[in-house]
Design a protein around this ligand. Sequence first.
Ligand SMILES: Cc1cc2nc3c(=O)[nH]c(=O)nc-3n(C[C@H](O)[C@H](O)[C@H](O)COP(=O)(O)OP(=O)(O)OC[C@H]3O[C@@H](n4cnc5c(N)ncnc54)[C@H](O)[C@@H]3O)c2cc1C
Length: 454
Amino acid sequence: MSQYDAIIVGGGPAGLAIASELSRSRRVLVIEKGVAGETKRSWFVPLNVVDNVVKPYTYGGVTRFLASTYSGAKAQWRARQFERYPYVDEKRLLPFWAATIRNNGSEVVDRCEYRSHAVSADGVAVNTARGDFTGRLLIDCTGYDSAIAKQYGISRDGYYWWSVYGAVGEHPDGLSGMQVGDYMMWQTFADTNPDPKTSLQQGRPVFEYEILDDKTSFSLILYLRRQIMAQDDMAKVYDRIIREEAATAAFHGMKVKEIKYGWYPSAQISQELARERVIFAGDAACWTTPCGWGMSFILNNYRDFAAKLDAALQDDALGREELAAIPHFRFRERGEIVLNALMTHFLSNAPAPLLDRFIDLFNASNPNHIDPIYCEKVFTLDIAPEETETVLRAMLKEFHLKELYGILTPADYALLIEEAAYFVGESVVDEVRHWLGKQHPAEDGPRNPGFDFA
Ligand SMILES: Cc1cc2nc3c(=O)[nH]c(=O)nc-3n(C[C@H](O)[C@H](O)[C@H](O)COP(=O)(O)OP(=O)(O)OC[C@H]3O[C@@H](n4cnc5c(N)ncnc54)[C@H](O)[C@@H]3O)c2cc1C
Protein backbone atom coordinates (compact mmCIF):
# COMPACT_ATOMS: atom_id res chain seq x y z
CA MET A 1 0.00 0.00 0.00
CA SER A 2 1.61 3.29 -1.11
CA GLN A 3 1.97 6.16 1.32
CA TYR A 4 1.26 8.73 -1.42
CA ASP A 5 -0.63 8.93 -4.69
CA ALA A 6 2.20 10.94 -6.20
CA ILE A 7 5.75 11.77 -5.17
CA ILE A 8 7.02 14.91 -6.84
CA VAL A 9 10.77 15.36 -6.93
CA GLY A 10 11.74 19.06 -7.05
CA GLY A 11 10.14 21.97 -5.24
CA GLY A 12 10.69 24.55 -7.97
CA PRO A 13 7.86 26.21 -9.88
CA ALA A 14 6.83 23.08 -11.83
CA GLY A 15 6.77 20.76 -8.81
CA LEU A 16 4.97 23.22 -6.55
CA ALA A 17 2.44 24.38 -9.15
CA ILE A 18 1.47 20.84 -10.14
CA ALA A 19 1.36 19.70 -6.51
CA SER A 20 -0.79 22.68 -5.49
CA GLU A 21 -3.46 21.41 -7.90
CA LEU A 22 -3.03 17.66 -7.52
CA SER A 23 -3.11 17.88 -3.71
CA ARG A 24 -6.72 19.10 -3.92
CA SER A 25 -7.80 15.52 -4.59
CA ARG A 26 -4.69 13.39 -3.98
CA ARG A 27 -2.17 12.77 -1.27
CA VAL A 28 1.07 14.21 -2.59
CA LEU A 29 4.64 14.39 -1.31
CA VAL A 30 7.02 17.03 -2.69
CA ILE A 31 10.69 16.46 -1.91
CA GLU A 32 13.19 19.28 -2.44
CA LYS A 33 16.95 19.06 -2.02
CA GLY A 34 17.17 22.68 -0.86
CA VAL A 35 14.24 24.69 0.47
CA ALA A 36 11.07 24.44 -1.61
CA GLY A 37 10.24 27.75 -3.23
CA GLU A 38 13.70 29.29 -2.85
CA THR A 39 14.94 30.08 -6.33
CA LYS A 40 17.70 32.06 -8.01
CA ARG A 41 15.39 32.74 -10.94
CA SER A 42 12.76 35.36 -11.60
CA TRP A 43 10.25 35.70 -14.36
CA PHE A 44 8.05 37.80 -16.50
CA VAL A 45 5.33 36.03 -18.42
CA PRO A 46 2.63 36.71 -21.03
CA LEU A 47 -0.51 38.13 -19.46
CA ASN A 48 -2.73 35.33 -20.75
CA VAL A 49 -1.02 32.65 -18.65
CA VAL A 50 -1.79 34.44 -15.38
CA ASP A 51 -4.86 32.85 -13.82
CA ASN A 52 -6.84 34.31 -10.93
CA VAL A 53 -4.88 32.28 -8.37
CA VAL A 54 -1.51 33.51 -9.63
CA LYS A 55 -2.59 37.10 -10.37
CA PRO A 56 -2.18 38.45 -6.81
CA TYR A 57 1.46 37.32 -6.95
CA THR A 58 2.32 39.39 -10.01
CA TYR A 59 3.25 43.05 -10.31
CA GLY A 60 4.27 45.70 -12.85
CA GLY A 61 5.62 44.25 -16.03
CA VAL A 62 7.27 44.72 -19.38
CA THR A 63 5.54 47.31 -21.56
CA ARG A 64 8.23 48.16 -24.14
CA PHE A 65 10.53 45.85 -26.11
CA LEU A 66 13.96 47.00 -27.30
CA ALA A 67 16.75 45.43 -29.32
CA SER A 68 20.14 46.90 -30.05
CA THR A 69 22.85 45.26 -32.10
CA TYR A 70 26.60 45.78 -32.48
CA SER A 71 26.29 47.36 -35.91
CA GLY A 72 23.71 49.90 -34.84
CA ALA A 73 20.47 48.17 -35.82
CA LYS A 74 17.79 49.04 -33.31
CA ALA A 75 14.20 48.04 -32.87
CA GLN A 76 11.71 49.15 -30.26
CA TRP A 77 8.00 48.85 -29.82
CA ARG A 78 5.32 49.03 -27.16
CA ALA A 79 4.11 45.64 -26.03
CA ARG A 80 1.22 44.90 -28.34
CA GLN A 81 0.09 41.36 -27.84
CA PHE A 82 -0.62 42.20 -24.20
CA GLU A 83 -0.48 45.69 -22.79
CA ARG A 84 2.03 44.34 -20.27
CA TYR A 85 3.89 41.12 -19.55
CA PRO A 86 3.68 40.91 -15.74
CA TYR A 87 6.52 40.04 -13.39
CA VAL A 88 5.95 37.11 -11.07
CA ASP A 89 6.87 37.77 -7.44
CA GLU A 90 8.87 34.59 -6.94
CA LYS A 91 9.36 35.28 -3.24
CA ARG A 92 5.60 35.14 -2.68
CA LEU A 93 4.13 32.84 -5.35
CA LEU A 94 6.30 29.79 -4.63
CA PRO A 95 5.77 29.91 -0.83
CA PHE A 96 2.04 30.41 -1.50
CA TRP A 97 1.97 27.19 -3.53
CA ALA A 98 3.93 25.33 -0.80
CA ALA A 99 1.41 26.57 1.81
CA THR A 100 -1.50 25.51 -0.42
CA ILE A 101 -0.09 21.98 -0.68
CA ARG A 102 0.25 21.75 3.10
CA ASN A 103 -3.22 23.21 3.65
CA ASN A 104 -4.59 20.54 1.33
CA GLY A 105 -3.17 17.91 3.68
CA SER A 106 -0.16 16.97 1.57
CA GLU A 107 3.52 17.37 2.37
CA VAL A 108 6.50 19.38 1.24
CA VAL A 109 9.80 18.21 2.69
CA ASP A 110 12.91 20.40 2.46
CA ARG A 111 16.53 19.26 2.41
CA CYS A 112 15.33 15.93 1.14
CA GLU A 113 17.47 15.06 -1.85
CA TYR A 114 16.25 12.34 -4.18
CA ARG A 115 18.77 9.48 -4.47
CA SER A 116 17.13 6.62 -6.37
CA HIS A 117 13.86 4.89 -7.03
CA ALA A 118 12.58 1.43 -7.87
CA VAL A 119 9.38 0.74 -9.79
CA SER A 120 7.28 -2.33 -9.02
CA ALA A 121 3.88 -3.59 -10.19
CA ASP A 122 2.00 -1.58 -7.58
CA GLY A 123 4.13 1.49 -6.97
CA VAL A 124 7.39 3.42 -6.80
CA ALA A 125 9.78 3.28 -3.85
CA VAL A 126 11.86 6.43 -3.57
CA ASN A 127 15.07 6.64 -1.59
CA THR A 128 15.99 10.12 -0.34
CA ALA A 129 18.38 11.84 2.07
CA ARG A 130 15.54 11.62 4.62
CA GLY A 131 14.62 7.99 4.15
CA ASP A 132 12.32 5.95 1.92
CA PHE A 133 8.85 6.84 0.64
CA THR A 134 6.39 4.97 -1.54
CA GLY A 135 3.92 6.33 -4.06
CA ARG A 136 1.85 5.21 -7.02
CA LEU A 137 3.39 7.75 -9.40
CA LEU A 138 6.70 9.63 -9.54
CA ILE A 139 6.71 13.11 -11.13
CA ASP A 140 10.16 14.39 -12.02
CA CYS A 141 10.32 18.18 -11.64
CA THR A 142 14.04 18.43 -10.90
CA GLY A 143 14.76 20.90 -13.68
CA TYR A 144 17.40 21.09 -16.38
CA ASP A 145 19.83 18.53 -14.97
CA SER A 146 17.46 15.68 -14.17
CA ALA A 147 19.29 12.71 -12.67
CA ILE A 148 16.15 10.63 -13.15
CA ALA A 149 16.15 11.22 -16.91
CA LYS A 150 19.84 10.29 -16.96
CA GLN A 151 19.17 7.06 -15.09
CA TYR A 152 16.71 6.10 -17.80
CA GLY A 153 19.31 6.88 -20.43
CA ILE A 154 17.15 9.67 -21.85
CA SER A 155 19.59 11.59 -23.96
CA ARG A 156 19.72 15.38 -23.89
CA ASP A 157 22.58 15.43 -26.38
CA GLY A 158 20.62 17.25 -29.05
CA TYR A 159 19.57 20.06 -26.72
CA TYR A 160 20.72 23.63 -26.62
CA TRP A 161 21.01 25.31 -23.23
CA TRP A 162 20.48 28.85 -22.12
CA SER A 163 23.07 29.72 -19.47
CA VAL A 164 22.08 32.87 -17.62
CA TYR A 165 23.74 35.07 -15.02
CA GLY A 166 22.69 38.47 -13.77
CA ALA A 167 21.51 40.59 -10.89
CA VAL A 168 18.70 42.67 -9.56
CA GLY A 169 20.34 46.03 -9.00
CA GLU A 170 19.61 49.44 -7.61
CA HIS A 171 20.36 52.61 -9.56
CA PRO A 172 20.90 55.30 -6.93
CA ASP A 173 21.49 57.98 -9.59
CA GLY A 174 18.41 57.14 -11.65
CA LEU A 175 17.79 55.14 -14.80
CA SER A 176 19.92 57.19 -17.26
CA GLY A 177 17.14 57.42 -19.82
CA MET A 178 15.83 53.87 -19.46
CA GLN A 179 12.12 53.65 -18.67
CA VAL A 180 10.12 51.61 -16.20
CA GLY A 181 8.70 48.63 -18.11
CA ASP A 182 11.59 48.48 -20.63
CA TYR A 183 12.77 45.08 -21.71
CA MET A 184 16.02 45.05 -23.67
CA MET A 185 15.53 41.67 -25.21
CA TRP A 186 18.68 41.61 -27.30
CA GLN A 187 21.83 43.70 -26.97
CA THR A 188 25.23 42.95 -28.44
CA PHE A 189 28.50 44.85 -28.20
CA ALA A 190 30.72 46.78 -30.53
CA ASP A 191 33.88 46.11 -28.56
CA THR A 192 36.65 43.96 -29.90
CA ASN A 193 36.24 40.30 -29.14
CA PRO A 194 39.54 38.46 -28.67
CA ASP A 195 37.88 35.13 -29.46
CA PRO A 196 37.68 34.63 -33.20
CA LYS A 197 34.84 32.11 -32.87
CA THR A 198 32.05 34.43 -32.07
CA SER A 199 28.64 32.95 -32.56
CA LEU A 200 26.44 32.65 -29.48
CA GLN A 201 27.46 29.01 -29.61
CA GLN A 202 31.10 29.99 -29.22
CA GLY A 203 31.55 33.64 -28.36
CA ARG A 204 30.18 36.42 -26.22
CA PRO A 205 26.76 36.36 -24.61
CA VAL A 206 23.94 38.77 -25.32
CA PHE A 207 22.84 41.26 -22.70
CA GLU A 208 19.28 41.78 -21.52
CA TYR A 209 17.67 43.98 -18.97
CA GLU A 210 14.27 44.65 -17.51
CA ILE A 211 13.48 47.89 -15.65
CA LEU A 212 11.41 46.82 -12.66
CA ASP A 213 10.73 50.22 -11.10
CA ASP A 214 12.14 53.75 -11.06
CA LYS A 215 15.36 52.64 -9.41
CA THR A 216 15.60 48.88 -9.91
CA SER A 217 16.71 46.78 -12.86
CA PHE A 218 17.26 43.11 -13.53
CA SER A 219 20.16 42.77 -15.96
CA LEU A 220 21.58 39.53 -17.24
CA ILE A 221 23.83 37.87 -19.79
CA LEU A 222 22.70 34.89 -21.83
CA TYR A 223 24.57 32.20 -23.73
CA LEU A 224 22.80 29.76 -26.03
CA ARG A 225 24.98 26.71 -26.53
CA ARG A 226 25.11 22.97 -26.82
CA GLN A 227 27.01 23.00 -23.52
CA ILE A 228 26.20 24.79 -20.27
CA MET A 229 28.47 27.57 -19.03
CA ALA A 230 30.08 27.45 -15.58
CA GLN A 231 28.63 29.88 -13.06
CA ASP A 232 32.04 31.37 -12.12
CA ASP A 233 32.94 32.06 -15.72
CA MET A 234 29.60 33.78 -16.30
CA ALA A 235 30.03 35.86 -13.12
CA LYS A 236 33.33 37.29 -14.40
CA VAL A 237 31.92 38.13 -17.82
CA TYR A 238 28.79 39.72 -16.32
CA ASP A 239 30.86 41.88 -13.93
CA ARG A 240 33.01 43.09 -16.78
CA ILE A 241 30.02 43.85 -18.98
CA ILE A 242 28.07 45.86 -16.42
CA ARG A 243 31.13 47.72 -15.08
CA GLU A 244 33.25 48.33 -18.18
CA GLU A 245 31.40 48.07 -21.48
CA ALA A 246 30.62 51.37 -23.18
CA ALA A 247 27.29 49.94 -24.35
CA THR A 248 26.14 49.37 -20.75
CA ALA A 249 27.12 52.73 -19.25
CA ALA A 250 23.70 53.01 -17.59
CA PHE A 251 24.68 50.06 -15.35
CA HIS A 252 28.19 51.14 -14.28
CA GLY A 253 26.93 52.72 -11.04
CA MET A 254 24.41 49.98 -10.23
CA LYS A 255 24.45 48.43 -6.75
CA VAL A 256 23.94 44.65 -6.91
CA LYS A 257 21.07 43.58 -4.61
CA GLU A 258 20.59 39.94 -5.55
CA ILE A 259 22.39 37.56 -7.88
CA LYS A 260 20.23 35.47 -10.24
CA TYR A 261 21.41 32.63 -12.44
CA GLY A 262 20.49 29.28 -13.90
CA TRP A 263 20.28 27.07 -16.95
CA TYR A 264 17.34 25.94 -19.02
CA PRO A 265 16.83 23.88 -22.16
CA SER A 266 15.82 25.09 -25.56
CA ALA A 267 14.75 23.79 -28.93
CA GLN A 268 13.60 20.28 -28.24
CA ILE A 269 10.53 18.75 -26.83
CA SER A 270 11.73 15.57 -25.22
CA GLN A 271 10.35 12.60 -27.03
CA GLU A 272 10.48 10.56 -23.87
CA LEU A 273 8.21 12.25 -21.38
CA ALA A 274 7.28 9.17 -19.39
CA ARG A 275 8.32 5.76 -18.20
CA GLU A 276 6.43 3.14 -16.21
CA ARG A 277 4.89 5.06 -13.25
CA VAL A 278 7.22 8.02 -13.97
CA ILE A 279 6.43 11.27 -15.78
CA PHE A 280 8.60 14.35 -16.42
CA ALA A 281 7.44 17.98 -16.19
CA GLY A 282 8.86 21.52 -16.32
CA ASP A 283 12.46 21.98 -17.44
CA ALA A 284 12.98 18.22 -16.88
CA ALA A 285 10.55 17.74 -19.79
CA CYS A 286 11.88 20.72 -21.77
CA TRP A 287 8.75 22.85 -21.36
CA THR A 288 10.26 25.77 -23.19
CA THR A 289 10.37 28.18 -26.15
CA PRO A 290 13.18 29.88 -28.11
CA CYS A 291 13.92 32.39 -25.35
CA GLY A 292 13.09 30.26 -22.35
CA TRP A 293 9.64 31.09 -21.04
CA GLY A 294 9.66 27.88 -19.02
CA MET A 295 7.72 29.59 -16.23
CA SER A 296 5.15 30.77 -18.75
CA PHE A 297 4.65 27.20 -19.91
CA ILE A 298 4.25 26.02 -16.34
CA LEU A 299 1.63 28.70 -15.60
CA ASN A 300 -0.16 27.95 -18.85
CA ASN A 301 -0.35 24.22 -18.26
CA TYR A 302 -0.06 23.20 -14.60
CA ARG A 303 -3.81 22.99 -13.93
CA ASP A 304 -4.58 20.99 -17.03
CA PHE A 305 -1.59 18.73 -16.55
CA ALA A 306 -2.49 18.08 -12.91
CA ALA A 307 -6.10 17.31 -13.91
CA LYS A 308 -4.87 14.73 -16.42
CA LEU A 309 -2.59 13.17 -13.82
CA ASP A 310 -5.54 13.06 -11.43
CA ALA A 311 -7.57 11.18 -14.06
CA ALA A 312 -4.66 8.79 -14.71
CA LEU A 313 -4.49 8.06 -10.97
CA GLN A 314 -8.24 7.58 -10.90
CA ASP A 315 -8.10 5.03 -13.73
CA ASP A 316 -4.84 3.52 -12.52
CA ALA A 317 -3.53 4.28 -16.01
CA LEU A 318 0.10 4.70 -14.96
CA GLY A 319 1.95 2.59 -17.52
CA ARG A 320 4.57 4.10 -19.77
CA GLU A 321 2.33 4.27 -22.84
CA GLU A 322 -0.58 5.71 -20.90
CA LEU A 323 1.51 8.40 -19.23
CA ALA A 324 3.33 9.25 -22.46
CA ALA A 325 -0.05 9.87 -24.08
CA ILE A 326 -0.90 12.66 -21.61
CA PRO A 327 -0.63 15.99 -23.42
CA HIS A 328 1.79 18.31 -21.65
CA PHE A 329 0.50 21.41 -23.35
CA ARG A 330 -2.99 22.81 -23.61
CA PHE A 331 -2.33 23.44 -27.24
CA ARG A 332 0.84 23.18 -29.15
CA GLU A 333 0.61 23.92 -32.82
CA ARG A 334 2.96 22.48 -35.35
CA GLY A 335 4.06 26.02 -36.24
CA GLU A 336 5.13 26.67 -32.66
CA ILE A 337 7.27 23.57 -32.54
CA VAL A 338 8.88 24.40 -35.86
CA LEU A 339 9.67 27.96 -34.83
CA ASN A 340 10.95 26.77 -31.49
CA ALA A 341 13.46 24.48 -33.15
CA LEU A 342 14.46 26.73 -36.02
CA MET A 343 14.79 29.92 -33.98
CA THR A 344 16.98 28.20 -31.42
CA HIS A 345 19.32 26.87 -34.10
CA PHE A 346 19.35 30.27 -35.75
CA LEU A 347 19.94 32.29 -32.56
CA SER A 348 22.72 29.99 -31.45
CA ASN A 349 24.62 29.61 -34.69
CA ALA A 350 24.00 32.73 -36.75
CA PRO A 351 26.87 35.21 -37.00
CA ALA A 352 26.19 38.71 -35.72
CA PRO A 353 25.44 40.25 -39.15
CA LEU A 354 22.65 37.73 -39.71
CA LEU A 355 21.24 38.33 -36.25
CA ASP A 356 21.35 42.06 -36.98
CA ARG A 357 19.33 41.43 -40.11
CA PHE A 358 16.85 39.33 -38.17
CA ILE A 359 16.28 42.18 -35.69
CA ASP A 360 16.09 44.58 -38.62
CA LEU A 361 13.17 42.62 -40.07
CA PHE A 362 11.04 44.37 -37.44
CA ASN A 363 12.06 47.86 -38.64
CA ALA A 364 9.63 49.63 -40.99
CA SER A 365 12.54 50.71 -43.26
CA ASN A 366 13.37 47.09 -44.19
CA PRO A 367 11.76 46.10 -47.53
CA ASN A 368 11.02 42.65 -46.08
CA HIS A 369 9.67 44.22 -42.88
CA ILE A 370 7.14 42.37 -40.77
CA ASP A 371 5.22 43.82 -37.86
CA PRO A 372 7.12 43.60 -34.51
CA ILE A 373 4.08 41.79 -33.12
CA TYR A 374 5.56 38.71 -34.79
CA CYS A 375 8.73 39.05 -32.75
CA GLU A 376 6.61 39.01 -29.58
CA LYS A 377 4.71 36.04 -30.92
CA VAL A 378 7.80 34.07 -31.92
CA PHE A 379 9.32 34.42 -28.48
CA THR A 380 6.19 33.77 -26.50
CA LEU A 381 5.18 31.01 -28.93
CA ASP A 382 1.61 32.15 -29.02
CA ILE A 383 1.53 32.00 -32.77
CA ALA A 384 -1.03 30.63 -35.21
CA PRO A 385 -0.02 28.49 -38.21
CA GLU A 386 -0.71 31.28 -40.73
CA GLU A 387 1.42 33.67 -38.63
CA THR A 388 4.23 31.13 -38.61
CA GLU A 389 4.00 31.16 -42.37
CA THR A 390 4.35 34.97 -42.38
CA VAL A 391 7.51 34.78 -40.26
CA LEU A 392 9.06 31.98 -42.30
CA ARG A 393 8.24 33.73 -45.56
CA ALA A 394 9.88 36.96 -44.33
CA MET A 395 12.97 35.06 -43.16
CA LEU A 396 13.24 33.18 -46.42
CA LYS A 397 12.96 36.49 -48.32
CA GLU A 398 15.57 38.20 -46.16
CA PHE A 399 18.04 35.32 -46.04
CA HIS A 400 19.10 33.24 -48.95
CA LEU A 401 18.79 29.59 -48.12
CA LYS A 402 22.52 29.31 -48.80
CA GLU A 403 23.20 31.69 -45.91
CA LEU A 404 21.05 29.61 -43.62
CA TYR A 405 22.78 26.47 -44.80
CA GLY A 406 26.01 28.02 -43.53
CA ILE A 407 24.76 28.27 -39.97
CA LEU A 408 22.68 25.12 -39.57
CA THR A 409 23.96 21.59 -39.32
CA PRO A 410 22.79 19.32 -42.17
CA ALA A 411 20.22 17.75 -39.84
CA ASP A 412 18.85 21.17 -38.89
CA TYR A 413 18.89 22.22 -42.48
CA ALA A 414 16.89 19.17 -43.47
CA LEU A 415 14.29 20.30 -40.93
CA LEU A 416 14.18 23.73 -42.53
CA ILE A 417 13.64 22.23 -45.94
CA GLU A 418 10.92 19.97 -44.68
CA GLU A 419 9.27 23.04 -43.17
CA ALA A 420 9.84 25.05 -46.30
CA ALA A 421 7.84 22.36 -48.08
CA TYR A 422 5.09 22.71 -45.53
CA PHE A 423 5.01 26.49 -45.42
CA VAL A 424 6.35 28.00 -48.60
CA GLY A 425 5.43 25.58 -51.28
CA GLU A 426 7.08 23.41 -53.86
CA SER A 427 8.81 26.08 -55.94
CA VAL A 428 11.10 27.11 -53.07
CA VAL A 429 11.71 23.52 -52.12
CA ASP A 430 12.58 22.66 -55.70
CA GLU A 431 15.15 25.43 -55.73
CA VAL A 432 16.70 24.05 -52.55
CA ARG A 433 16.70 20.50 -53.84
CA HIS A 434 18.34 21.70 -57.00
CA TRP A 435 20.95 23.63 -55.08
CA LEU A 436 21.56 20.86 -52.57
CA GLY A 437 21.95 18.44 -55.42
CA LYS A 438 24.81 20.58 -56.69
CA GLN A 439 26.41 21.02 -53.32
CA HIS A 440 26.49 17.41 -52.07
CA PRO A 441 26.99 18.67 -48.51
CA ALA A 442 29.55 16.90 -46.36
CA GLU A 443 28.27 15.34 -43.12
CA ASP A 444 29.25 18.38 -41.04
CA GLY A 445 28.67 20.96 -43.74
CA PRO A 446 30.46 24.30 -43.97
CA ARG A 447 30.25 26.30 -40.77
CA ASN A 448 30.07 30.03 -40.62
CA PRO A 449 33.10 31.36 -38.74
CA GLY A 450 30.80 33.02 -36.32
CA PHE A 451 29.37 35.85 -34.41
CA ASP A 452 31.68 38.78 -34.77
CA PHE A 453 30.82 41.58 -32.37
CA ALA A 454 33.99 43.50 -33.16
C1 LIG B 1 17.82 33.70 -14.65
C2 LIG B 1 16.62 33.07 -15.28
C3 LIG B 1 15.58 33.88 -15.76
C4 LIG B 1 14.45 33.29 -16.33
N1 LIG B 1 13.46 34.12 -16.79
C5 LIG B 1 12.30 33.59 -17.24
C6 LIG B 1 11.21 34.45 -17.61
O1 LIG B 1 11.34 35.69 -17.59
N2 LIG B 1 10.04 33.89 -18.00
C7 LIG B 1 9.87 32.53 -18.06
O2 LIG B 1 8.78 32.09 -18.41
N3 LIG B 1 10.90 31.68 -17.74
C8 LIG B 1 12.11 32.17 -17.33
N4 LIG B 1 13.16 31.34 -16.99
C9 LIG B 1 12.99 29.88 -17.13
C10 LIG B 1 12.36 29.30 -15.85
O3 LIG B 1 13.03 29.77 -14.72
C11 LIG B 1 12.41 27.78 -15.83
O4 LIG B 1 11.87 27.26 -17.02
C12 LIG B 1 11.64 27.25 -14.61
O5 LIG B 1 12.33 27.63 -13.44
C13 LIG B 1 11.52 25.74 -14.66
O6 LIG B 1 10.96 25.31 -13.45
P1 LIG B 1 11.20 23.84 -12.93
O7 LIG B 1 10.42 23.73 -11.64
O8 LIG B 1 10.94 22.85 -14.00
O9 LIG B 1 12.77 23.73 -12.63
P2 LIG B 1 13.65 24.51 -11.55
O10 LIG B 1 13.23 25.92 -11.41
O11 LIG B 1 15.08 24.24 -11.95
O12 LIG B 1 13.36 23.76 -10.17
C14 LIG B 1 13.83 22.44 -9.97
C15 LIG B 1 13.84 22.17 -8.47
O13 LIG B 1 14.21 20.79 -8.26
C16 LIG B 1 15.13 20.72 -7.18
N5 LIG B 1 15.94 19.51 -7.35
C17 LIG B 1 16.86 19.27 -8.33
N6 LIG B 1 17.43 18.07 -8.14
C18 LIG B 1 16.83 17.53 -7.04
C19 LIG B 1 17.01 16.29 -6.34
N7 LIG B 1 17.90 15.37 -6.75
N8 LIG B 1 16.26 16.06 -5.25
C20 LIG B 1 15.34 16.99 -4.81
N9 LIG B 1 15.15 18.18 -5.42
C21 LIG B 1 15.89 18.44 -6.53
C22 LIG B 1 15.93 22.01 -7.33
O14 LIG B 1 16.61 22.35 -6.12
C23 LIG B 1 14.85 23.01 -7.71
O15 LIG B 1 14.23 23.57 -6.58
C24 LIG B 1 14.34 31.88 -16.45
C25 LIG B 1 15.40 31.08 -16.00
C26 LIG B 1 16.53 31.66 -15.44
C27 LIG B 1 17.66 30.77 -15.00
